[in-house]
Design a protein around this ligand. Structure first.
Ligand code: ARG
Length: 493
C-alpha cells in the first residue's frame, strides 16, 4: 500500500460543502478538546499500530502516520489546524504532513468510537486523581482523629446539644464516609476503563480489526462489545459524576461541621484556609470551607446537566453527546480541588480541647447515659427516660453535677416508689454526668469511647491501604500499557 492516492489534505478530512458558515464555532469542540489532545494521540497510535499488524495498512504508511503524530504532539494542541474537533484537526495535520496516505489512519473507525475512547482514556486518569485526593483527605482525617480520641466535644442532633462525643469519633466518621466515596470512584474506574474502539460509527466494520489489541495497547482492561453500545454509552460519566456529587455532599457536611466548630471556638483553622473581613478587623472567616461546601452545587449541577443531556438520546452517535462531556470535566476538576482543600484544612486545623470540653456538657447532653444506667440496673428504659426527662425540667442548663443529682433524686421520688439509690449510686452518677465519663461509657462497636475509636481507626487504615494499593495497581497498569504502545510505535518510526 502506498501513499500516492487520494485527494489533497484539506478534502480528505473536511469536504468543502461543510467548510464554513455561522454555526461552525457553535458546533466546534476544538477548544474543549485540549483535555483529550493526548488521549487522541494515544488512540490514533494504538489504532494505527493495530491496522498495520492486521495488514489493513502497510508498515510504511503506519510509520509515516506515527511519525506525523509525534510532530503533532511536539507542536501541541494550540498548533492544530482548524477543525470541528481535535480528532478532525489531528487527522488534518497528519494528512498535511504525510500526504494522502495519512488518510489511511481513519480506516476502520469513526469519530464516534474515537471520541468515546478518548473520553474514557482521559476520564479514567481523572478518576484516579480524584481517588488519590480522597485518600489524602482520609489520611488527614485519620491522623487528626488519632490525635483527638480523648478530645471530648459536644455532639449535636437538629443542631441542638445531644450527647458528648470526641473529635476523633467525628473525624473518623468522615474518614468512613470518604472511604465509600473512594470506593465509588474506583467502581466508576472499572466501568470507564473499557475500549469502544473498533465499533466504528455504531455498526462495526468490514475490516478485520483486532479490538482486543487496541484495548490492550491503551490499557483498557476490556472492550464494550456491542458496537452501538460502545459508541453511545456515557453511563460511565454518569457513574463518575454520581460519585463526584456524592463526594461533594460528604465534603459539604464536613465543611459545615468545621465551620460550626470554628464558630463555637472548638477548632481554629490555619490562616491559609481562612479569610479576613474588609471592614471588621477582628474577623477570621472560614471561607475556604464555605467554598468547598458550595462545590456541591457545581457537582450536583454537572450531574443534572449530564443526565438531562443524555436522557432520551437514541442509540449511536448524536451530537448532543458533545455537550455531555464538559459536565464531567467540570465535576472532576472542581470536586478534586475541593477535596484537596478540605484535606489541607483538616490537616492544619487546631482543636482546642479545653474549649471543646467546656461546652460538651451543655444542654444536659449526658442525660442519655443516666437513663441507660438506670435501665441497666433494671428499670424499664421508658421509665428511666421519663425520670431523667422530668429531672431536667427542674434545673437550668449548666447546673452543677450535684444539682443534677439532686434533681434526679427528686424526679425518682416523683416517678418511682423507690429512691434513686436503689438503682445507681451518686459516685456512678457523677461519672456518667461528666462528659468524659459519658463518652468513656459508650464503648460499643463504632462508639465514641477512645478504645472503640482506636479499633475503628485500625480498620479504616486497612481500607485506606487497600484503596491506595488499588489506585497504584491501576496506575501501574496504565503506565505499562503506555510503554507497550511506545515500544510498538518505535518499531515503525
Ligand atoms: N466532537 C465530537 C464530540 O465531542 C466528536 C464526535 C463527532 N462525531 C460525529 N459523528 N459528528 O462528541
Amino acid at each position: 500500500m502506498s501513499g500516492d492516492t487520494g485527494g489533497n489534505a484539506e478534502t480528505v478530512v473536511r469536504r468543502e460543502r461543510f467548510a464554513g458558515g455561522p454555526a461552525r464555532s457553535f458546533m466546534s469542540s476544538l477548544d474543549a478538546d485540549t483535555r483529550i489532545f493526548a488521549a487522541d494521540l494515544a488512540v490514533d497510535r494504538a489504532h494505527t499500530v493495530m491496522l498495520a499488524e492486521q495488514g489493513i495498512i502497510g508498515d510504511d504508511d503506519a510509520g509515516a502516520i506515527l511519525d506525523a503524530l509525534d510532530t503533532v504532539e511536539d507542536a501541541g494542541h494550540d498548533a492544530l489546524p482548524e477543525g470541528e474537533d481535535v480528532h478532525e484537526a489531528i487527522e488534518s495535520a497528519v494528512v498535511a504532513d504525510v500526504g494522502p496516505a495519512g488518510g489511511r489512519m481513519h480506516t476502520a473507525r469513526s469519530r464516534n468510537d474515537e471520541v468515546a475512547a478518548c473520553i474514557r482514556y482521559r476520564f479514567r486518569e481523572d478518576l484516579l486523581d480524584a481517588a488519590e485526593a480522597t485518600l489524602d483527605l482520609r489520611g488527614a482525617l485519620l491522623d487528626a482523629a488519632a490525635a483527638e480520641t480523648e478530645t471530648v466535644v459536644p455532639g449535636f442532633t437538629h443542631r441542638q446539644h445531644a450527647q458528648p462525643t470526641t473529635v476523633g469519633h467525628l473525624l473518623a466518621s468522615y474518614a468512613g464516609a470518604v472511604a465509600r466515596d473512594t470506593d465509588r470512584l474506583l467502581a466508576a474506574y472499572e466501568r470507564t476503563n473499557r475500549s469502544p474502539l473498533g465499533a466504528a460509527a455504531f455498526a462495526g466494520t468490514t475490516f478485520d480489526v483486532d479490538r482486543g489489541r487496541t484495548a490492550d495497547l491503551l490499557g483498557f482492561h476490556d472492550t464494550i462489545e456491542n458496537a452501538a453500545d460502545a459508541v453511545t454509552a456515557r453511563d460511565f460519566l454518569i457513574e463518575g459524576c454520581g460519585a463526584f456529587a456524592a463526594l461533594s455532599a460528604t465534603l459539604s457536611g464536613l465543611s459545615t461541621d468545621l465551620i460550626e466548630g470554628a464558630k463555637d471556638g472548638h477548632v481554629d483553622l490555619d490562616d491559609a484556609y481562612a479569610s479576613t473581613s474588609s471592614i471588621m478587623p477582628q474577623k477570621k472567616n472560614p471561607d475556604s470551607l464555605e467554598l468547598v461546601r458550595a462545590v456541591a452545587g457545581d457537582a450536583v449541577g454537572d450531574l443534572t446537566g449530564l443526565l438531562t443531556t443524555l436522557k432520551g438520546l437514541p442509540r449511536a452517535y448524536n451530537r448532543d453527546l458533545q455537550r455531555a462531556t464538559p459536565h464531567a470535566w467540570d465535576a472532576v476538576d472542581i470536586t478534586t480541588e475541593a477535596t484537596e482543600v478540605a484535606a489541607g484544612a483538616v490537616a492544619t486545623a487546631d482543636w482546642d480541647a479545653a474549649a471543646c470540653a467546656a461546652d460538651a456538657g451543655a444542654g444536659f447532653s449526658t442525660a442519655t447515659g443516666v437513663a441507660d444506667a438506670l435501665a441497666a440496673a433494671g428499670l424499664p428504659f421508658r421509665t428511666a427516660h421519663e425520670l431523667v426527662a422530668e429531672s431536667v425540667t427542674t434545673i437550668d442548663d449548666g447546673a452543677t453535677v450535684d444539682d443534677q443529682i439532686d434533681a434526679l433524686a427528686a424526679a425518682a421520688d416523683a416517678v418511682l416508689d423507690e429512691p434513686l439509690s436503689a438503682y445507681v449510686d451518686d459516685e456512678t452518677l457523677a461519672d456518667l454526668l461528666s462528659p468524659a465519663g459519658s463518652v468513656a461509657a459508650r464503648d460499643s462497636h463504632g462508639g465514641p469511647a477512645a478504645s472503640a475509636v482506636e479499633d475503628s481507626l485500625t480498620r479504616l487504615r486497612e481500607t485506606y491501604d487497600d484503596h491506595a494499593a488499588a489506585v497504584d495497581a491501576h496506575r501501574e497498569g496504565l503506565a505499562a500499557a503506555d510503554e507497550r504502545l511506545a515500544a510498538e510505535v518505535a518499531d515503525y518510526v
